[in-house]
Ligand binder design. Structure first.
Ligand SMILES: [Zn+2]
Ligand SMILES: [Zn+2]
Length: 314
């Protein structure tokens, strides 16, 4: 499924099987998760994607020898810059990203730099493993950067939050879910995943929070989350794109409150999270679409109609 131009529907195309370059593996795609980032790429909200592009960066694939590998968003880094040499390859200036700078997994075959692929934990079928690769591991990075506070708020209850909630509960944290006003299905989902309270994003929780993760791409949630956190608390913006953050009184930031973003992942994040997931154990809830229905999956995600994560199956 190919993005030929931004803001256009993906096109089903017959293409040659890609040739692996040096250090790359050829994978038969078994499943590919659909991420909100894919939506931002398709909708033209991220600058300069490769075009034409095969989107998709949560690839579960198999080599010709039958090895199962996961391909994440981080597809290549320079290995030399000051970020790469200080454990921060997620910030590499020259990084290339799967399904954005490099063709991804909305396809039957994909190639990937083997150094950036992950072996996948055995207990997960292909479809259930796919959302671990971005929703899970960038979600995990967001949780780590939220600090160790006990009372954690989550704004937006999509693919990432449904995984992070399970990890956070296993760590003994108390969870508070924030969803779109009137979205009863999302509110119920948040409660099922262990939130002790769930309400609309403009509401204040019954207690002040130690940290909040904003998964939804809506800038107005940043001041809303700042209102909900205690002094010294952190608001983590987990997405790659967000609408503008409205101006807010300094008082909301005062008291050593912190607002920060999370960018991409390091391979270290991936190894840590994929080792952790089966011990929780994280269970992913997926809605499966045939590959050729990728547009339908993206539309449903745009409308907030996916419970858990959407996954494409070639
Ligand atoms: Zn670099
Ligand atoms: Zn993603």
């Amino acid at each position: 499924m190919v993005l030929a131009a931004e803001r256009a529907a993906l096109e089903l195309r017959e293409m040659p099987v890609p040739e692996p370059g040096p250090g790359q593996v050829l994978l038969r795609v078994l499943a590919c998760g659909v991420c909100r980032t894919d939506l931002h790429v398709v909708d033209g909200e991220l600058p300069h994607p490769k075009l034409p592009l095969v989107p998709g960066h949560q690839i579960v694939g198999e080599t010709a020898e039958g090895r199962r590998l996961g391909v994440p968003w981080l597809g290549w880094t320079c290995g030399r810059c000051r970020y790469c040499t200080s454990g921060r390859e997620n910030l590499c200036d020259e990084a290339r990203f799967t399904g954005y700078d490099l063709d991804g997994g909305y396809a039957e075959y994909a190639v990937a730099d083997e150094r950036f692929c992950f072996p996948l934990p055995g207990g997960y079928p292909d479809l259930q493993a796919a959302p671990l690769l971005c929703a899970g591991l960038i979600g995990y990075r967001s949780l780590r950067l939220a600090g160790d506070g006990e009372r954690l708020g989550m704004y937006g209850f999509g693919a990432s939050a449904h995984i992070v909630a399970q990890v956070a509960r296993a760590q003994g944290r108390r969870l508070y879910g924030f969803v779109r006003t009137g979205d009863e299905a999302a509110r119920t989902f948040a409660l099922e995943l262990g939130c002790e309270w769930a309400g609309a994003s403009g509401e204040l929780p019954p207690e002040e929070l130690d940290a909040a993760i904003v998964f939804a791409p809506a800038g107005e949630l940043v001041p809303a989350a700042l209102r909900a956190i205690a002094k010294g608390g952190v608001v983590v913006c987990a997405g790659i794109h967000m609408s503008d953050i409205p101006s807010f009184p300094y008082e909301l930031l005062w008291g050593e409150r912190v607002v920060r973003s999370v960018a991409n992942l390091t391979r270290q994040d991936g190894h840590e999270f994929l080792a952790l997931a089966p011990t929780v154990p994280v269970r992913t809830e997926v809605e499966v679409f045939p590959l050729e229905q990728a547009n339908e999956a993206l539309d449903r995600l745009r409308r907030g109609e996916i419970r858990g994560a959407a996954v494409l199956q070639p």
